[in-house]
Design a protein around this ligand. Structure first.
Ligand SMILES: *[C@@H]1O[C@H](CO)[C@@H](O)[C@H](O)[C@H]1NC(C)=O
Length: 241
């Protein structure tokens, strides 16, 4: 029954008025009652829909994923968990091999590590932005994301460390690297190793601006490489200072 209720929640979209604020559920008894009746009609809808492809759980004050929920949602392709109270990437997501788009923006997640996205072999777009507590991204965090095309990791004001080994172990021996767009702007990064991305020149878009880059010899590669990307019209890197 609990799972059914959350299934219904999965197809709930937060009202525009709750964006960035509290979810409607928390606000008053009246709105709770409205949400409950909306949930029960959505529950019926969720039951009829055998394959749920899109899940929106944004702005619902979730602290964790209900256990086993995604296990029963093996068809889920797009999941928006933005603006909740998650402190880690929910481990239940490891079972969602079908997931292609995952949005975790505005959650108080402190770090991203090798367990965060394990098993998400079809993930193409990952949004980890506006996270108030994110401080570091450690070794092998993205090593298993062999389909990752777009990584939007920006406006995380405390993010000061991105390991040079975030993609270590991914097989790039044939010159194939999935990433096409990398957004690292608006973080608190002072440095970034050239090895972080195996093939910078294959990227179609790179954004690195609005970080407190420390312009020493460790960033020389950026100074050398980025003008070439700009020439190709691929990047906004000219805004790097
Ligand atoms: C950004 O990093 C600097 C150290 O490099 C630190 O002093 C500052 O507090 C950080 N900013 C935030 C918002 O965490």
């Amino acid at each position: 029954m609990k799972v059914d209720f959350l299934l219904a929640l999965l197809v709930l979209t937060p009202p525009a008025s709750s964006l960035g604020g509290k979810s409607e559920y928390q606000e008053s008894d009246k709105s709770r009652a409205n949400a409950a009746s909306r949930s029960s009609s959505l529950l019926a809808a969720a039951r009829r829909r055998r394959c749920l492809r899109i899940g929106r759980l944004a702005g619902t004050e979730l602290k964790e994923m209900p256990h086993g929920l995604l296990h029963s949602l093996i068809t889920l392709r797009h999941l928006n968990l933005a603006d909740n109270q998650l402190t880690e990437v929910p481990p239940e997501l490891h079972n969602s091999h079908a997931i292609e788009t995952l949005t975790l923006n505005k959650n108080p997640i402190k770090d991203i590590n090798e367990d965060s996205f394990r098993g998400m072999v079809n993930l193409r777009v990952l949004n980890i932005a506006y996270m108030p507590n994110l401080e570091y991204i450690s070794d092998n965090s993205f090593s298993t994301l062999v389909a990752l095309r777009v990584l939007r990791c920006r406006n995380n004001e405390r993010l000061w460390s991105v390991s040079p080994h975030i993609f270590d172990g991914m097989d790039t021996s044939r010159g194939i690297f999935p990433l096409q767009e990398l957004f690292l702007s608006g973080n608190n990064l002072t440095t970034l190793a050239a090895e972080t991305v195996p093939f910078w020149d294959q990227l179609l878009q790179v954004q690195l601006h609005d970080n407190p880059w420390r312009c020493d010899c460790r960033l020389q590669w950026m100074v050398d490489l980025l003008p070439k990307l700009v020439e190709k019209g691929q990047t906004e890197a000219e805004r790097v200072t």
